[in-house]
Design a protein around this ligand. Structure first.
Ligand code: ATP
Ligand code: MG
Length: 496
């Protein structure tokens, strides 16, 4: 008997039929991958399973019993735990407190015992493969660290059914390894695991079965090994998509942005000297915590430099705030799009035009026609799934929100564009399109700095690669001399 069964589930939101009759089944001790394009309905389906959303119709059964009045509390009592796509932690509390609250409210830890809480949290974090300190305040954690805390919470819940919605989107390869070990252990104990990811290598590595969703329908469920990568992509996207990055060689011009001995004590960035030329894509590689995002934040004026220099086309400039960065035509798409990327309450159209109001204005007034054109062109190119360009960004699926954040900065035609994990959480088809847009921008003379934790992406897209370690640039490699091995060696701080 399946652990969990969803039959003919439908769910609509104002104007959007997110699920149009989805069926899905999870067995004991299996890892069942759920894949599909951005907006296919994956997160909506799991929210129905966790009682966070009530379906319009359809039946949900757990261990053969129909779940009649579903709710998050019922889900917990049935042994369903989920790690959602967006971490939802209390920022002003510590890691240990966050873990304790979730387990205590689930009735798993009744007595508040502060010492015990820290020890328990540490143990769960260790099981999740992390050495994060339980006394850290969540507000100070990076996205990947928050994700680890969510995973620790789910492990602590001792669930029979564990749902992971893109748990690895912001994790480093060794963290992914530890997570896979945790998954293997749980699966051996009979836990059923639903695994959502856009990284097809991961699916090939751990899934026993794969269910493909497209446009709110179940396309098919197959055993791993019953289809290859190309077929899987075809089922998801409904068309052929090249998985090879379309990096074209474009003319490379003069240096646009240069740093000399740049440092920011607050950001932990030290003595960074790099240069990026017009038409060039400079990859920034390194482990999570190596200072890549911090360097980007320093260049964008979020944590201004306190030593060294920034030069734009050879002239020293001071960038003490994002406003000054934007005035200098530096664009930045941050990794944590919720914090500085998209305004969830605002329409897609206004999000897209927000940083390029000049281009869509006439006589100081926003020309709604121009704004509409701009938004429509990006919605089409990036395949943003939405009923209208006037829908709130917050109503979009996770990957589609990422695309809106990108569109805003692609639209400003910056001189320098800094992209932090530009294709994280984005489906394969859109990923290829984003890479194409990056090359188009380079061809128009934009200098691009791309942070990515995916080595194939770094290797495929970069003209040169700066590898960071402990807040410094450990080395810069040309496209020709870069290999996965050399990048890793520099990232780990091995000299030579
Ligand atoms: N609260 C909401 N209001 C309106 N529409 C919504 C809401 N939540 C989801 N949708 C819509 O439902 C559809 C399915 O979204 P869902 O989040 O399930 O996609 P997904 O498969 O998880 O995509 P992704 O890979 O981008 O995370 C999308 O078109 C989305 O815009
Ligand atoms: Mg989702």
């Amino acid at each position: 008997m399946p652990l969990l069964e969803a039959a003919a589930i439908t769910k609509s939101f104002a104007g959007v039929r997110a699920l149009k009759g989805v069926s899905f089944e999870l067995l004991e001790g299996e890892v069942h991958a759920l894949v599909g394009e951005n907006g296919a309905g994956k997160s909506t389906l799991i929210k129905v399973m966790t009682g966070a959303l009530t379906p319009d119709s359809g039946v949900l059964k757990v261990s053969g019993h129909v779940v009649a009045h579903h709710s998050p509390a019922v889900a917990r009592s049935l042994g369903i735990a989920a790690v959602y796509q967006q971490p939802a932690l209390f920022a002003h509390l510590t890691v240990a407190e966050n873990i304790a609250i979730s387990l205590e409210s689930a009735g798993l830890w009744r007595k508040v015992d502060w010492k015990g809480r820290a020890a328990q949290a540490r143990e769960l974090l260790e099981r999740a493969g992390s050495s994060l300190r339980p006394e850290r305040l969540v507000a100070t954690l990076s996205m990947p660290e928050q994700q680890i805390v969510e995973i620790a919470k789910a492990i602590g819940a001792n669930a029979k059914i564990l749902i992971l919605d893109e748990p690895t989107a912001s994790l480093e390869s060794h963290e992914v390894e530890s997570l896979f070990q945790v998954i293997a252990t749980l699966r051996a104990r009979g836990v059923g695991i639903i695994y959502i990811s856009h990284r097809l290598e991961e699916i090939a590595a751990i899934a026993d079965r794969v269910t493909v969703l497209r446009d709110g329908h179940t396309v098919d469920t197959r055993n791993r090994g019953e289809m290859d990568r190309a077929e899987l992509i075809r089922m998801m996207v409904g068309r052929e998509v090249s998985a090879i990055f379309p990096k074209r060689d474009v003319p490379i011009g003069g240096v646009v942005l240069e740093t000399r001995g740049l440092g920011s004590r607050a950001a932990g960035v030290r003595e960074v000297s790099i240069a990026v030329k017009s038409g060039e894509i400079l990859g920034l590689a390194g482990l999570v915590g190596s200072g890549r995002t911090q360097l980007a934040e320093t260049l964008f004026g979020l944590t201004p430099a306190d030593s060294g220099e920034i030069l734009l086309r050879g002239r020293a400039v001071r960038i003490a705030s994002p406003d000054q960065a934007i005035a200098a035509r530096i664009g930045y798409v941050p990794e944590d799009r919720r914090q500085h990327g998209v305004v969830l309450e605002m329409a897609i159209a206004s999000n897209t035009s927000m940083a390029s109001l000049g281009a869509v204005s006439r006589n100081g007034m926003i020309d709604t026609g121009l704004e509409r054109q701009l938004a429509r062109s990006y919605v089409e190119r990036l395949r943003i799934k939405t009923p209208s360009i006037y829908s709130e960004a917050g109503s979009l699926s996770g990957g589609n929100q990422q695309k809106v954040a990108l569109a805003r900065w692609l639209a400003i035609r910056p001189a320098v564009l800094i992209l932090d994990e530009p294709t994280q959480g984005v489906d394969v088809g859109s990923k290829a399109e984003i890479h194409k847009i990056m090359v188009d921008l380079a061809e128009q003379g934009v200098a691009i700095i791309m942070i990515s934790s995916e080595l194939p992406e770094i290797l495929g897209m970069s003209d040169r690669i700066a590898v960071m370690h402990a807040g410094k640039v450990a080395g810069v490699l040309s496209r020709e001399e870069s290999t996965q091995h050399r990048i890793m060696a520099l990232a780990l701080g091995d000299v030579g």
